[in-house]
Ligand binder design. Structure first.
Ligand code: NAP
Ligand code: BGC
Ligand code: ZN
Length: 363
């Protein structure tokens, strides 16, 4: 079968041939339909995040998958069911977080992440997975099933952000999303369409016309250009925000978020930046957090409950939004386009790329 993999140092994905995997006891064999691409995949390809499996010279990419159970192999699954796999697996046997059903809370060293850290991903014609890590989804959501994993990331982050405010009667009305990439736009849609916030904002650094700014405004949100209004000045330019959701990976935003928050607000940090040393007024920010009851929470990964919420969220998102967000689904013969790697001259719509996926079986 064909797989899309990266060899460390190559800086680009390539197609390799591998045997169809055999499901072990407790595992099912899944025929892959589509696998989405996100900023993390680009970080893995560039060698800024993740790792190949021990003893291997390549990593099969892909952690945002949807597929069909091909061989249930004696598990509780039914052949033909559409499933989405979760990402984390135990490294050396289950630890307490896996046993409690919360692998997303496991510390580094206890887990691998399929397609990212130490385990092959789902960009393959077939993959196997323990049945307990496969979440079934309604058949009609199959074409967009690759959005379940990224939405689940925000389900978890928002759950944790709300949990930090659960000790008082908190009634959030405003949210600022930092980043107009695919994670940022999906999350903005959640604040608008599912949580129904009164005021939503999304920060980017692009000139108009730009398709992401069109999506932001069609959702009813306000576009904030970070070159004109840095995050540290958002509260003065607009208002303090009840929630800030950081999805840029730009490390200064973690600290500037404190200033962008309204009293009692909470910031959720999702980006995975590289090392970067810079100055901050730590005393002022510390004081601001304390005297204004503000909170910051980091959040990574997600698990079954978040996937189940994400399935409901996906079903609730308007069709125009997912149509505009998903700018391309590409077969194996043109998979480079899903990573925006093709020569710029070969297609004119390169700068309209937002969310893409590779298709392994046509739907
Ligand atoms: P992405 O497509 O690379 O999106 C990042 C967006 O942020 C881009 O649109 C970029 O704008 C914008 N941006 C970066 N720096 C900015 C700045 N200084 N001012 C304004 N806008 C800025 O990545 P993604 O897939 O949406 O993911 C976003 C981040 O979340 C990444 O760091 C990724 O690693 C992380 N992530 C974390 C988790 C988790 O579990 N914690 C899960 C998924 C992703 P341009 O395109 O104009 O450059
Ligand atoms: C994935 C998560 C993963 C995180 C860190 C994200 O892109 O969606 O499942 O935990 O990267 O590796
Ligand atoms: Zn991801």
């Amino acid at each position: 079968m064909n797989v899309i993999a990266v060899e460390p140092g190559s800086g680009e994905p390539t197609v390799l041939e591998k045997p169809v995997p055999e499901p072990a006891p407790g595992e099912a064999l899944v025929r892959t339909l589509r696998v989405g691409v996100d900023g993390t995949d680009r970080e893995v390809i560039e060698g800024r995040h993740g790792d190949v499996p021990d003893g291997d010279d390549h990593l099969v990419l892909g952690h945002e998958a949807v597929g069909v159970v091909e061989d249930a192999n004696g598990t509780d699954l039914e052949e033909g069911t559409v499933v989405v796999p979760t990402v984390r697996r135990p490294l050396d046997g289950p630890t307490e977080h896996f046993e409690r059903g919360q692998p997303d809370m496991a510390p580094a060293g206890e887990y691998v992440e399929r397609g990212i850290v130490g385990a092959h991903g789902f960009m393959a014609e077939y993959f196997t997975s323990p049945a307990e890590y496969l979440v079934s989804i309604p058949e009609e959501l199959a074409p967009l099933g690759f959005l379940v994993e990224p939405i689940s990331i925000s389900e978890k982050a928002i759950e944790h952000a709300y949990a930090t405010r659960s000790a008082f009667d908190w009634r959030p009305e405003s949210a600022l999303v930092l980043g107009n990439g695919s994670l940022g736009l999906l999350t903005l849609a959640m604040f608008e369409e599912v949580l129904e916030y009164d005021r939503t904002y999304c920060l980017g650094r692009r000139d108009r016309p730009d398709p992401t700014i069109d999506i932001i405004e069609n959702l009813g949100a306000t576009y904030v250009d970070s070159r004109e209004t840095p995050v540290s000045q958002v509260a003065d330019a607009y208002e303090g925000m009840d929630v800030v959701y950081e999805a840029t990976g730009y490390a200064k935003h973690a600290f500037e978020t404190i200033d962008a928050l309204a009293p009692n607000g909470v910031g959720a940090l999702l980006g995975v930046p590289e090392d970067w040393t810079f100055e901050v007024d730590g005393g002022r920010l510390h004081r601001e957090l304390v005297l204004q009851n503000k909170a910051l929470v980091g959040s990574v990964n997600s698990h079954r409950g978040h996937f189940e919420s994400a399935i409901e969220t996906l079903a609730a998102l308007p069709t125009w939004f997912t149509d505009d967000l998903v700018t391309g689904v590409y077969g194996l013969e043109e998979f480079e386009r899903a990573f925006s790697l093709a020569e710029e001259s070969t297609f004119a719509d390169d700068d309209t790329t937002i969310k893409t996926a590779v298709e392994f079986t046509s739907i």
